[in-house]
Write a protein that binds this ligand. Structure first.
Ligand SMILES: Cc1ncc(COP(=O)(O)O)c(C=O)c1O
Length: 386
């Protein structure tokens, strides 16, 4: 009799009773949209980063990146340098201003944007850099901030994968960039289903993001009800957006944030077990963080070497046949029809990105995986590659 194959998903959120009870509490309270829970989530976030940053909860990292660039005054025809080895959201927000992303190749070891490629891409129109902490490993922020300083450029960190991640023993989010944006999409290290957070130490950026995330209104609904001003009064000071986070989402986020280090530790254990088990296989394993640094381990990305007896696509099919779901991060933006055709991008100008893309597979790495699940992935990979 045939046995049914249990399927191992690529990612699953880790939602406990605390999150569920907090959501129910919000629903019973009647305050479903932005209110006391969103405020508390922001305050907890600020504390997490040492108290000298402001945190603004939004409904996605995409909206957070958009708001941050808006607050920096990015204009039509400006150029913003970023990596092609990212999700399209990182670059699409630049187009919202009719500005142009300029793609710089990655470092083939870290898979993060290469600072020397950033420097080569700078023109008189360059206004900002968006480094992406790929998979949860910090970019070379010292070099990037140094370039920004020398060329008078702004820096918005795309930290969608990077909570908690450190650079120079400081949490990403508390560095000297203009703003850092986190994602709480369902697959991310911390989730609210959909959501994001803009973190900045610059009060002007914070004030602008705060206003623009809710229609350009000078205060949110919660303040309208608790301040001494008449409840009905508000002022519109800009053509804003509808990017506020609901209290339902924030209820989840409050408890996810409390578990951030615990969740990271479990992902770190899985990463360690993969790295130990894959020694000797025809694979390039993901780079380890420098001693003392935290890697969020949002992704565990392997690359098949030329010695592997199958190519990447066949490898993914064989894993799927064994009931294991994998993914590819990322299909480079330089290959995507919109970006390629709009900017006339050529694969040969991005050799590192292209080489990584051809070989790369992302393995399941999430806290709800059991040790048996991890060994199942290890066993499957050994059976394909040994
Ligand atoms: C690197 C990167 N930046 C930005 C985003 C956008 O995040 P969100 O879905 O929260 O808008 C993602 C989402 O996958 C991402 O991977």
């Amino acid at each position: 009799m045939a046995t049914t194959l249990t399927y191992l998903p690529f990612a699953l959120p880790d939602i406990g009773d605390d999150e569920i009870d907090e959501v129910v509490d919000s629903m019973r309270s009647g305050w479903l949209t932005t209110g006391p829970k969103a405020r508390r989530f922001e305050q907890d976030f600020t504390e997490c980063f040492g108290g000298d940053v402001e945190a603004l909860a939004v409904n996605s990292a995409t909206s957070g990146l958009h708001l941050a660039l808006e607050a920096l005054g990015i204009c039509s025809e400006d150029e913003v340098i970023t990596t092609p080895y990212t999700f399209t959201a990182t670059a699409e927000v630049v187009r919202y201003f009719n500005a142009n992303p300029v793609f710089a190749d990655i470092d083939p070891h870290t898979l993060n944007i290469d600072p020397s490629a950033i420097e080569s891409a700078i023109t008189p129109r360059t206004k900002a850099i968006i480094p992406v902490h790929f998979g949860g490993l910090a970019c070379d922020m010292d070099s990037i901030l140094d370039i920004a300083h020398r060329y008078n450029l702004r820096v918005v960190e795309d930290a969608a994968h990077a909570l908690p991640t450190t650079s120079g023993s400081r949490l990403v989010g508390s560095l000297q960039s203009d703003a850092t944006v986190f994602s709480f999409y369902v697959t991310k290290p911390l989730t609210t289903g959909e959501g994001g957070m803009v973190v900045t130490r610059n009060p002007e950026i914070a004030a602008r993001c705060r206003v623009m995330r809710l229609h350009g209104i000078d205060r949110d609904a919660f303040e309208r009800y608790v301040s001494n001003r008449p409840a009905w009064y508000y002022e519109v000071v800009g053509p804003g957006f509808k990017y506020n986070m609901t209290d339902i989402a924030a209820s989840i986020g409050i408890h996810q944030l409390r578990k951030a280090y615990q969740l990271q530790r479990r992902r770190g254990e899985i990463a360690h077990e993969y790295t130990r088990s894959f020694a000797g296989l025809p694979l390039v394993l993901p780079p380890q963080p420098n001693p003392g640094e935290l890697h969020a381990w949002h992704l565990y990305v392997i690359r098949l070497t030329d010695d592997a007896r199958v190519d990447r696509n066949r490898f993914i099919e064989m894993m799927a046949d064994m009931g294991i779901s994998t993914s590819v991060h990322f299909i480079p933006l330089t290959m995507q029809p919109y970006w390629r055709d709009t900017y006339g991008l050529r694969e040969r100008d991005y050799p590192n990105v292209m080489d990584c893309y051809r070989r790369t597979v992302s393995l399941p790495i999430y806290t709800r995986m059991t040790d048996e699940d991890v060994q199942r992935v290890v066993g499957a990979i050994r059976s394909i590659l040994e």
